[in-house]
Design a binder for this molecule. Structure first.
Ligand SMILES: *Cc1c(COP(=O)(O)O)cnc(C)c1O
Ligand code: SF4
Length: 370
């Protein structure tokens, strides 16, 4: 951890500024020269970084940058925000749009893949650009913003499709938008009678927790039921500030879930994921999905064998509270959707019985019925 008050870069920053999300957003670290002021970079690293930034964007909030352990080159926080030379490697099975979201786009920003719900991508901006992002092709394209006409078309699509019960606002990160703009979309969604729930996917509680303001929550509260999913990947990301942001969300009556991406060298151990899940539930955040890493371009170095994910899952189920255990999924390439990858507890099911093992590997039989 870095104390911002002792860094030359932010020495003159007041506490009020530091806790203001607009200040944090405006002062994101986006270039190598600024980055060098808070952590040491070897000449090689610096060279790679400059090259990498010609291809991919970097933006790190000062808050998140301070969570880096400057002594540890493999720091899990550092790896999520500072590009590595491996990003320049492209392997044969990587794809620009690994989830075929473009194919399933039915109206501007609307990805309609499942029967009763849609993803509604309303921005490409994020507070931070995560190195492992699956939507790299979109995230960081800061000049893009959905036009009023596109919002009209998207809402028209949702209105015309009565089967849509659940609209998932995503991006980019919807919470980098102004309350006014967000509200203009949410208000109109609420007027569509068949839209039962509105969900928001945001990493702001993790990377810029000061974004979770009373004003934002007061606005959201007027449009319940709202559900939020956030994206903690490592226990070190649950700080006093991020925990407080999450508590505020839950106190506003908004259920808060968490999606984690399994990342090699960042969180690919049962101990780390277990600690994360326990810390999440202590803060009233429900672990929702554990994602196998996607095939987006330049993130191959983050991929773990699927067996690793299964091993981690087998060390969670039974050992910790059931609701602290996420569902391990692969978001299938080519738009197959999320497929749960389960530890096999059942050895055989026949007309007479179910032969199975419990979490400790002990053998049990349940008599079946016809
Ligand atoms: C993940 C996703 C959803 C939401 O899926 P849930 O399993 O309900 O959380 C909806 N649409 C698309 C295209 C998605 O990728
Ligand atoms: S916040 Fe989400 S969309 Fe934005 S860069 Fe991170 S993972 Fe990608």
């Amino acid at each position: 951890m870095i104390d911002y008050r002792t860094t030359a870069l932010w020495r003159d920053v007041t506490e009020k500024q530091w806790n203001d999300w607009r200040w944090q957003f405006k002062n994101r670290i986006r270039d190598v020269d600024t980055l060098k002021k808070i952590i040491d970079l070897s000449p090689d690293e610096e060279k790679f970084l400059r090259e990498c930034l010609n291809h991919f964007r970097m933006a790190i909030t000062p808050y998140y940058a301070c969570l880096i352990n400057p002594e540890d080159r493999n720091c899990p926080i550092r790896q999520q925000c500072i590009p590595s030379p491996h990003e320049m490697e492209v392997s044969s099975f990587e794809m620009l749009d690994p989830l075929a979201e473009e194919r399933d786009t039915k109206a501007p920003g609307i990805v309609h893949r499942y029967p009763d719900r849609v993803l509604f991508i309303i921005t490409r901006k994020c507070a931070m650009y995560c190195r492992h992002c699956t939507r790299r092709r979109l995230a960081g394209d800061e000049d893009f913003s959905i036009s009023n006409r596109e919002v009209d078309m998207a809402l028209e699509y949702i209105t015309d499709h009565r089967e849509i019960r659940d609209v998932l606002l995503s991006g980019g990160d919807p919470f980098v938008l102004s309350e006014k703009f967000l509200e203009s979309i949410i208000r109109r969604l609420r007027q569509i009678s068949h839209v039962e729930i509105i969900r928001i996917g945001t990493r702001t509680p993790v990377v810029i927790p000061m974004r979770i303001t009373d004003e934002l929550l007061d606005m959201l509260k007027r449009y319940q039921p709202i559900w939020i999913n956030t994206h903690f990947n490592h226990p070190n990301e649950i700080t006093e500030a991020s925990a407080k942001a999450c508590q505020k969300i839950v106190d506003a009556g908004i259920p808060l879930g968490n999606q984690t991406v399994l990342l090699k060298g960042v969180n690919d151990s049962a101990e780390t994921i277990k600690e994360l899940c326990l810390k999440l539930v202590r803060n009233r955040i429900r672990p929702y999905y554990l994602y196998q890493c996607d095939l987006a371009q330049g993130i191959n170095h983050f991929r773990t064998p699927v067996e690793k994910g299964l091993e981690i899952m087998s060390k969670l189920r039974g050992y910790i509270s059931g609701f602290a255990v996420p569902t391990y999924v692969i978001d299938a390439p080519n738009g197959g959707g999320k497929i749960p990858i389960n530890v096999q507890y059942v050895e055989e099911i026949n007309d007479h019985e179910v032969r199975m093992r419990n979490y400790k590997g002990e053998y049990y039989v349940y008599p079946n019925v016809r």
